[in-house]
Design a protein around this ligand. Structure first.
Ligand SMILES: Nc1ncnc2c1ncn2[C@@H]1O[C@H](COP(=O)(O)OP(=O)(O)O)[C@@H](O)[C@H]1O
Ligand SMILES: [Mg+2]
Length: 326
């Protein structure tokens, strides 16, 4: 089976004139090497395509694949993660992970919370700040938490994201609006333990591959799993199997959200507890990072004795069901 690989590689964008800073979020070549090597070990033939514009060129040229393994998050627009799956849909080529509709929804954390909440899953109350004047209308109880509405990897998240009063709220929102040029999601702050849950499969067949508690060490930025803490996770964060009732609750909340959102193949859901021991949905990562040692999903798998090869094998087992015989 011939598998195309789509991704946003740092080198490709640097070659197009992007700055080092602008490419910081893109895939490192060792992630791609690991995925490609593992797919070959599993007996697949692979073909590196690259980002959405390279895919468009190859499709127009007439190239086709049985399935595309897609880890590209895209560059611009709220639907940036959906662009490749949508383009592939137009050519009837299946791809791994969630479809265009899901990826367009889930990049927007506010819209996603509306869907999850409608399905009866707990998520902190929230407001969307589209312009600074919106701050005056917010009636949520402090402390609050503010973050860009459509970013990942801890972008825009620091110790200052936890907000104690209205003047802090205005200054943090003003900075985030300016820096990220998108609305700010303002939520009730959850003071409890934090977990991230790895999930494979879809619908009724979706299962948790493991739940991992994120424990910030003394030297870490306090109270938030921020960009800084994520980047330096080897020194600042401890990842632990919870092994108690709250961990089980985290898995149940994550699975309910995964099913409500129609996510597929594999990904991660972040949750956090409130003061009453209830677990709330924070966000879903339907294109979770796949660096074998540095990304949370493979780290969860390692904690639970699932090798990187086994993770990729499970993703492919689910995804190839969508390949139609010609
Ligand atoms: N409402 C909240 N209350 C407390 N902490 C939060 C809240 N929202 C986010 N955080 C903290 O910020 C981190 C990053 O937020 P998240 O929405 O997962 O963004 P990202 O996409 O950058 O991972 C979380 O892992 C958590 O530590
Ligand atoms: Mg997160």
């Amino acid at each position: 089976m011939n598998i195309g690989l789509t991704y946003d590689l740092r080198e490709d964008y640097l070659a197009e004139g992007f700055s080092e800073d602008a490419v910081a979020e893109f895939d490192r070549s060792d992630t791609l090497d690991a995925i490609e090597g593992t797919l070959r070990e599993l007996g697949y033939t692979t073909d590196r395509i690259g980002h959405v514009k390279k895919l468009a060129g190859r499709l127009v040229k007439g190239d086709r694949w049985d399935i595309v393994f897609n880890i590209a998050e895209g560059v611009s627009g709220f639907a940036r993660e959906a662009q490749i799956p949508a383009l592939l849909d137009a050519y009837n080529i299946p791809c791994t992970f969630s479809d265009a509709r899901v990826l367009a929804l889930t990049l927007h954390k506010g819209m996603t919370k509306r869907v999850v909440r409608d399905a009866g899953v707990r998520t902190p109350d929230f407001a969307e700040v589209k312009m600074l004047e919106d701050v005056g209308d917010i009636r949520l109880p402090f402390p609050l938490f503010a973050k860009p509405i459509a970013e990942g990897t801890g972008k825009g998240i620091t110790a200052a994201s936890k907000i104690r009063d209205r003047s802090e709220l205005a200054s943090v929102c003003s900075r985030l609006l300016e820096q990220y040029q998108q609305p700010v999601l303002v939520e009730e702050y959850l003071p409890g333990r934090e977990f991230t849950v790895g999930i494979t499969g879809e619908g009724r067949e979706a299962v948790s591959v493991g739940v991992m508690e994120v424990i910030l060490l003394d030297k870490a930025e306090k109270g938030v799993y921020s960009y800084h803490n994520k980047e330096k996770c080897e020194e600042l964060v401890e990842y632990r199997k919870p092994g108690d009732a709250l961990g089980k609750k985290a898995e149940a909340v994550a699975l309910a959200a995964w099913r409500a959102l129609d996510c597929r193949d594999a990904g991660r859901i972040d949750v956090r507890a409130d003061n009453n021991g209830e677990v709330h949905f924070l966000e879903v990562n339907p294109l979770a990072g796949l660096h074998p040692e540095h990304s949370d999903l493979p780290i969860i798998c390692t904690l639970y004795g699932i090798s990187f090869l086994e993770l990729i094998r499970r993703i492919m087992t689910h995804a190839v069901k969508r390949v139609r015989p010609v």
